[in-house]
Design a protein around this ligand. Structure first.
Ligand SMILES: [Zn+2]
Length: 404
């Protein structure tokens, strides 16, 4: 009896401490037409009354362990609120809609915004002098830490880099009349989505200088976020301070781009099978697929359908399968994404979504497109298609058309 009483008295304060709070904030969301707007949103499951810390996410700045305060400067709180809001949406999608036990069991994650350090598997953060990162985001796997160096263990984290503006005059475009972002986008599309948008732009950028150190644009990108077709809708998404769009500047403020936030969270939710050791076309394609599902936007779907190089109607050149797609450098092509998206259309929206979620169980980080991905698609169909024989034939026929 005594122990019971003791337990009760111990539990009471814990429960009241862990109550979840709600609070309204301005954040960036998409309209039905997929246009970015700033509006008031409700942040749920907060456990702190003064900072962006909740049951599932803690939003910090850079290397800090302290959650960003509600009273911090507005540009920072706007980005923290937007990130928190869309992460909550992505989590609810996986936990409630896809019934992911893995996502439901993930303890509070630390989310870093304005974080420029590269990732180090041993030290968590690479040294500050190691090429700071911009216009980018990534999900890092949990680590054991390094006690002898005072590096504490960490859980799975998502890092959003600060944006850095690049003027189009600094882009290496021969024709001066072509120095408009819109024109660059078209050029990019015409070159097919063979590489990520960022890589496309960065390889056209003259050597940037950072603190007097000349950067090789190719090396300054370790990992990029998502396939081009997803990134394209998020490029220069919004400037929360000037509230203006620009046709003259390129930047990617990843912490306020809903699709990028969904893409990164999808990596976390899919990591029960697709371990986050490195980027592959399959891992990126799966994350993009679910980013598209969470966004649930007919406008975005139209854009994906139109321009993806796997099956896009308006893609200048449809891209057949190439062995190179299996390599890390091509992880951000939209080939796999386009493939999964068009398979969903064969299977039907609802069925296709459940299909892709089951598909992850047949895959690992080392799977190849031509090997385990195709095998996994056919096996999943065997288990869940309405008429497996006919459906498998339809799938195979569609894949054959793209050189697989
Ligand atoms: Zn990714």
């Amino acid at each position: 009896m005594k122990t019971k009483l003791l337990l009760v008295t111990l539990l009471v304060p814990t429960l009241s401490f862990a109550q979840s709070l709600e609070r309204k904030f301005e954040a960036l969301i998409r309209t039905e037409k997929n246009k970015p707007v700033v509006t008031e949103v409700v942040l749920k499951d907060l456990t702190s009354a003064e900072a962006f810390e909740g049951a599932h996410f803690k939003i910090v700045r850079g290397k800090s362990d302290e959650a960003i305060k509600f009273t911090d400067d507005k540009a920072l709180t706007f980005r923290a609120a937007t990130t928190y809001y869309h992460l909550t949406k992505a989590r609810e999608y996986f936990v409630n809609h896809m019934k992911s036990k893995h996502a439901a069991a993930i303890p509070q994650m630390t989310i870093r915004i304005d974080h420029t350090n590269q990732f180090s598997e041993l030290g968590h953060f690479a040294h500050d002098n190691m090429e700071p990162q911009y216009n980018n985001a990534l999900t890092v796997p949990a680590g054991k830490g390094l006690e002898s160096r005072g590096v504490k263990p960490w859980g799975t984290e998502i890092w959003f880099r600060p944006s850095k503006k690049i003027h189009v005059r600094d882009l290496r475009v021969n024709n001066t009349a072509n120095r408009e972002m819109q024109v660059l986008m078209k050029q990019f599309r015409n070159q097919t989505h063979m590489q990520s948008l960022q890589r496309f732009l960065l390889t056209t950028v003259l050597a940037l200088t950072e603190d007097g150190v000349s950067l090789d644009p190719k090396e300054s990108i370790i990992r990029t976020v998502g396939a081009s077709v997803i990134i394209e809708v998020g490029y220069q998404a919004f400037d929360p301070i000037t509230k203006a769009f620009s046709r003259k500047w390129y930047w990617l403020d990843t912490a306020v781009v809903p699709e990028i936030i969904y893409h990164e969270y999808a990596h976390v939710a899919l990591s029960d099978h697709l371990v986050l050791s490195h980027s592959t076309a399959i891992i990126e394609g799966m994350a993009d697929f679910f980013a598209g599902q969470i966004a649930n936007s007919p406008e975005l779907a139209k854009h994906i359908k139109k321009y993806n190089t796997y099956s896009g109607k308006d893609a200048e050149r449809k891209q057949d399968y190439m062995i190179q797609f299996e390599m890390t450098e091509y992880a951000n092509t939209d080939f796999v994404f386009g493939m999964l998206w068009s398979l969903k259309e064969i299977l039907g929206e609802e069925k296709g979504e459940a299909f892709m979620f089951d598909l992850r169980k047949k895959l690992t980080t080392n799977s190849t497109i031509r090997g385990q991905l195709i095998e996994g698609i056919l096996q999943t169909c065997e288990e869940s298609c309405a008429s497996p024989f006919v459906d498998k034939l339809r799938i195979l026929k569609a894949l054959n058309l793209r050189g697989i």
